[in-house]
Design a protein around this ligand. Structure first.
Ligand SMILES: [Zn+2]
Length: 348
């Protein structure tokens, strides 16, 4: 079945908005007895607050701690939710808990709410869940959250590295849209002007205000969360992740495959964007400078990944999603891969 545009209905971004959760539940008529999927640490930061707030208004919330975003955890959460007779689910965490709750809720056909404790990638609003299965992480189609409650007081206390990674995920939109335009011209892939314009504008606003993104500031969190929501909306309009995921994301997924050490998704995508922008013939120095201003990694060394894995990832990136045409085409030659990585100073 072709999916129609699916958007979150209520989006709350601001100081202490977590305390409005009961009004959101009422507004959306979500029912009772939710399962709250959260992590070990994020439970203490926000999971227990959500649980207490809901129990105070007569709901019987059940907290399930999920250690990883895997199919095993999704099945565990589904079982708990069925036994608990839950009419909806809440994911409270930095990413993994949200992905598990998102997929479990989709499979049980119940609504889902996202309460991020960090803003490190667009999974907090998107309709895709990144789940590990048989040793491989795949991006699985799921329902978008009915509501997103992004409390800037909570998110500003998360390690700054996570917020900087979120910026990398947003800046990716630049090369993702270029890849999409290329696929539209070369392979006649369906293209949405609206989705592309929104995605590009989101990255531009962030780049233009890069120097105001700093650790510990709620205003910075607000800016990044709004940009992640915007990217999510662009993907919803397109009905695919095309506006926010192109060759730079394929490079990041390739790194996950070939390198024994990984950096954060958004950090890898940011470095990927520098190199893919070079391949597109665009202003890659601007991307690099902007990531430097934000304090996100721009080199293999800063990612903590050996140069040879960067080159290996560049060579296999085009095989990650062969149906998704990008600037990588049918693949780079080893000489071309080394050239792009050296010229952009990703490797030295
Ligand atoms: Zn991403």
């Amino acid at each position: 079945m072709k999916k129609w545009m699916q958007l979150p209905r209520d989006v709350l971004v601001g100081h202490d908005v977590i305390y409005d959760i009961k009004y959101v539940c009422k507004d959306l008529k979500l029912g009772t007895d939710p399962v709250i999927v959260t992590g070990c640490n994020t439970r203490k930061i926000a999971g227990d607050i959500v649980c207490d707030l809901l129990n105070d208004c007569g709901q019987n919330a059940l907290v399930v701690v999920s250690a990883e975003a895997s199919m095993v955890e999704v099945e565990k959460v589904k079982k708990e939710a069925l036994e608990h007779n839950s009419s909806y689910m809440i994911g409270v965490g930095s990413g993994k808990s949200i992905d598990v709750a998102k997929l479990a809720a989709t499979q049980l056909d119940v609504p889902f709410m996202s309460v991020p404790t960090a803003a490190s990638h667009d999974g907090i609003v998107s309709s895709r869940a990144s789940i590990r299965c048989n040793g491989k992480t795949s991006s699985i189609e799921a329902n978008a959250p009915m509501a997103v409650i992004a409390d800037t007081a909570i998110i500003s206390k998360a390690p700054y590295r996570l917020l900087a990674a979120g910026c990398g995920d947003i800046i990716s939109n630049y090369t993702a849209v270029r890849d999409w335009e290329l696929a539209y011209r070369l392979t006649n892939e369906p293209f949405s002007e609206y989705a592309a314009a929104l995605s590009r504008m989101t990255a531009k606003i962030l780049i233009d205000s890069a120097d105001s993104i700093k650790p510990g500031l709620e205003s910075s969190v607000r800016m990044v969360v709004k940009a992640l929501v915007s990217s999510g909306v662009a993907m919803s309009i397109a009905g695919s992740s095309r506006p926010a995921s192109g060759s730079e994301h394929m490079f990041s997924h390739a790194l996950d495959m070939v390198s024994p050490h990984h950096a954060l998704h958004g950090e890898q995508c940011g470095v990927g964007t520098i190199m893919m922008m070079y391949l597109h013939g665009g202003d890659w120095t601007k991307i690099k400078e902007c990531l430097e201003v934000i304090g996100a990694p721009t080199t293999a060394e800063e990612l903590g990944i050996e140069d040879r894995y960067i080159l290996e990832a560049l060579l296999v990136a085009h095989t990650i999603r062969p149906e998704r045409y990008t600037i990588l085409g049918t693949g780079l030659t080893p000489a071309a891969a080394e050239k792009v990585a050296r010229i952009t100073k990703v490797i030295s």
